[in-house]
Design a protein around this ligand. Structure first.
Ligand SMILES: [Zn+2]
Length: 102
């Protein structure tokens, strides 16, 4: 069993599963009922994961997932106009003075 996809959004994982199953790729979702084991496992650690059962399907599965996934441009780092510190691209505001990204 090989993990090919994971997402906090279960519907997204389910979507991917249907996509692969529609191409005759056998899949398995782990943590599908994650919310029901709250109390045993911290909820944040329960991420639905999509597995491909047969290794021979792996390459095809990845290809399919890639076609379907939106291409995300990595955010570029930016410099705060107010205080001049470097901010990681994932942040929309300066961690130091709170100035928003331009
Ligand atoms: Zn700043």
């Amino acid at each position: 069993m090989i993990k090919v996809f994971e997402n906090f959004d279960f519907s997204r994982v389910g979507q991917m599963q249907s996509l692969l199953e529609s191409h005759d790729i056998k899949t398995f979702i782990k943590n599908q009922y994650g919310s029901s084991v709250m109390g045993e496992v911290p909820f944040v650690e329960v991420v639905p994961e999509l597995y491909v059962l047969a290794e021979k399907d792996l390459a095809r599965a990845k290809q399919l997932l890639q076609l379907d996934l939106p291409v995300e441009e990595p955010d570029e780092d930016w410099v705060c106009a107010e205080c001049g510190v470097d901010i990681e691209g994932t942040f929309e505001r300066c961690w130091k003075c709170g100035t928003g990204r331009e």
